[in-house]
Design a protein around this ligand. Structure first.
Ligand code: HEC
Ligand code: HEC
Length: 288
């Protein structure tokens, strides 16, 4: 009884995914991501050795799986709706807050210099041996150095700031540490990536590894890379954080999800980031 129920569920899940002919399903090949007519961002790269061929011989940005209009919006910062939020983040960078009366700029100076390259290396292990995402670093400064209140993980202010900081690494290849103190976190993230969730009993890999290029309902499945986050999602008409996207994907399997900011999602973030090692940071990307 239980067994046949399981089989039915798996069959239902498989039926969701519509394998089309390879030609139609492939990532687009006749377009290039050149931003503002000058910044060329590679949208494919050689897979990291640790992937062991799991993604074939190329890794691809999610941009390659979106439609022409969505791709076009990311080619021009004036058309990219995320720049409204980047601007708000830049303003917050210069704004004094909290009991210490300090702004981010008072200590860090110009965001263009002090935050350059940071996004490409996150999440990373701190001196205290904890795995931190960008949001953790921002809130640590707010609470312990500014005497200001922490921002919610998915709050508008936090997404404005992470977008403004992420932009300073645009074009730099994702390069997260997966060895040394990061290794145990990475292993846990990897385990989670291959764990089946929810009523549909589907893992991240079932969609983003086994079926990228195929369609699920009307969505062209990508490899689920995070090099463009936080990004503007047309469907939500607003910015979306990495963990917010994870929550959405787990919910789509009709599963119980972890909280944004949780230890589990930071480990998953590290592992997913490492699957995109070598792809340039695209922050802030546009998706549908
Ligand atoms: C009172 C000084 C001070 C203020 C104000 C401050 N920071 Fe920091 N911040 C630091 C110090 C010190 C560190 C740790 C040393 C380092 O890595 O630069 C740090 C680290 C960071 C890091 C991690 C950098 C890295 O390379 O690992 C980020 C991100 C960051 N701060 C963002 C912010 C943001 C955003 C604000 C404003 C909301 C802010 N900080 C306000 C002093 C400050
Ligand atoms: C049932 C299929 C399914 C499962 C399972 C699933 N996703 Fe997704 N995911 C999607 C769809 C559909 C999209 C939107 C189209 C796309 O980019 O693939 C998406 C998008 C994403 C994106 C955004 C990519 C981009 O470039 O914008 C990320 C990141 C992601 N998923 C990560 C995950 C992770 C991590 C898991 C496991 C916790 C997971 N997904 C599980 C279907 C799934």
């Amino acid at each position: 009884m239980h067994r046949s129920l399981k089989t039915t569920t798996a069959a239902a899940a498989a039926a969701l995914i519509l394998a089309t002919g390879t030609v139609l399903a492939d990532p687009v090949t006749d377009d290039e991501l050149v931003v503002n007519g000058e910044l060329e961002l590679a949208t494919e790269a050689e897979p990291a050795a640790h992937l062991d061929g799991a993604l074939g011989d190329r890794i691809y940005s999610g941009w390659r799986f979106r439609d022409t209009e969505t791709r076009a919006m990311q080619k021009d910062d004036f058309d990219n709706p995320m720049f409204l939020f980047v601007d708000a983040g830049l303003e917050a960078w210069d704004t004094a807050e909290g009991t210490e009366g300090k702004s981010c700029a008072d200590c860090h100076g110009a965001i263009e210099d002090s935050m350059k390259g940071l996004r490409a290396s996150l999440p990373k292990v701190t001196d205290k041996g904890e795995l931190w995402s960008l949001e953790n670093f921002v809130n640590d400064c707010r609470e312990t150095r500014m005497g200001a209140e922490a921002w919610g993980w998915n709050s508008q202010q936090m997404k404005n700031m992470t977008a403004a900081i992420g932009l300073q690494s645009r074009g730099m290849p994702v390069d997260v540490a997966v060895d040394g103190p990061a290794a145990p976190f990475w292993e846990k993230g990897k385990e989670m990536y291959y764990t089946r969730f929810g009523q549909l009993e589907m893992s991240c890999a079932n969609c983003h590894e086994d079926n990228y290029g195929n369609y699920i309902r009307s969505d062209h499945l990508s490899q689920g890379q995070i090099n463009g986050f936080p990004l503007y999602r047309l469907k939500d008409q607003g910015p979306v954080s990495i963990h917010q996207r994870f929550v959405g994907c787990v919910r789509d399997t009709r599963g119980e999800t972890f909280q944004a900011g949780s230890q589990e999602f930071r480990e998953l973030e590290l592992y997913v980031a490492s699957r995109g090692a070598g792809l340039p940071v695209e922050t802030p990307a546009v998706r549908h």
